[in-house]
Design a protein around this ligand. Structure first.
Ligand SMILES: C[S@@+](CC[C@H](N)C(=O)[O-])C[C@H]1O[C@@H](n2cnc3c(N)ncnc32)[C@H](O)[C@@H]1O
Length: 262
């Protein structure tokens, strides 16, 4: 079954280091097939040999297509308000310096959203490390310029406060960019950092198989400090969080159970 697809998956893994076998198969097949059909290819074999291997532009667009990069500032605003209300006071009260990881950050909106959440804590030492597998989106994230479409969840005074505006270009102000860094990281392959107080990983776990998701969640927990927080997307509820040493702290917010309570 799906022999053509399975061979393609192996080739993509070998050539780009992206392991599509860990993404939900039906969904990924639909995405990849509709992509190559648009270019008039009839099989994965032809698409790989006559398309991807010879056309750099198509290659870039393909990676962009399979990584699914939609994002916006304060996406699902209510959830961000929960995070601000429930988690921020706790984080700030307990730590002088904070390390925050925006995992699968796409074009950076989530990482800057995090920075703006701390706007009334100007003196605090806050490091936001934002990562994604896709280098193209990271370039855009570093440029920090967006169109009004990405800002539709923001209130007018927030737009003025956080951005410099020229026409339909909104660039994040320097003071909100300073403590945010971007780098490439594959959640399925690369090493995970340690000592993180808050991880946000939103709207990407849904694309992975259960097995891959399970592995990622375990590794997130080992990245977190005791009592550290994990914030996931609004369709990514974790069932039986205690399996991972997590407890539910709010809607889509989990806390690593401090050691003495485990
Ligand atoms: C829909 S975006 C989510 C962006 C942001 N977190 C949000 O919720 O608005 C999904 C992102 O996951 C990234 N991604 C997909 N597979 C990944 C992997 N294995 N490791 C790291 N990032 C990955 C994609 O490149 C894409 O930018």
């Amino acid at each position: 079954m799906h022999e053509d697809y399975n061979v393609f998956v192996k080739r993509v893994h070998h050539k780009y280091g992206i392991d599509l076998s860990l993404y939900k198969q039906k969904q990924m097949m639909r995405r990849t097939r509709s992509f190559y059909e648009r270019y008039g290819f009839l099989s994965y074999e032809d698409f790989f040999m006559l398309g991807l291997t010879v056309d750099g532009e198509m290659e870039k667009r393909f990676i962009d297509r399979i990584t699914i990069n939609v994002s916006e500032f304060y996406r699902n605003r209510e959830r961000w308000m929960d995070l601000r209300r429930l988690v921020l006071p706790e984080l700030v009260a307990q730590n002088e310096a904070l390390t925050i990881w925006s995992a699968a950050c796409s074009t950076g909106e989530e990482a800057y959203t995090l920075r703006t959440l701390f706007s009334d804590q100007p003196k605090r030492d806050i490091k936001i490390i934002a990562t994604d597998i896709d280098e193209l989106v990271l370039l855009k994230a570093k440029r920090a310029t967006y169109s009004s479409k990405s800002l539709r969840e923001l209130l007018p005074h927030e737009v003025t406060e956080y951005f410099n505006n020229e026409g339909d270009n909104y660039t994040v102000k320097d003071r909100y960019r300073k403590s945010v860094t971007f780098s490439k990281h594959d959640l399925l392959n690369d090493r995970y950092m340690k000592g993180v107080h808050l991880i946000t990983c939103r709207n990407v776990l849904i694309y992975f198989t259960e097995e891959a998701k399970d592995r990622i969640l375990k590794r997130f927990v080992s990245s977190l400090t005791d009592g550290g927080f994990l914030f996931v997307g609004s369709t990514e509820q974790i069932f039986s969080p205690e399996r991972y040493g997590l407890e539910t702290y709010g809607s889509f917010i989990y806390r690593k159970t401090p050691l003495h309570e485990q």
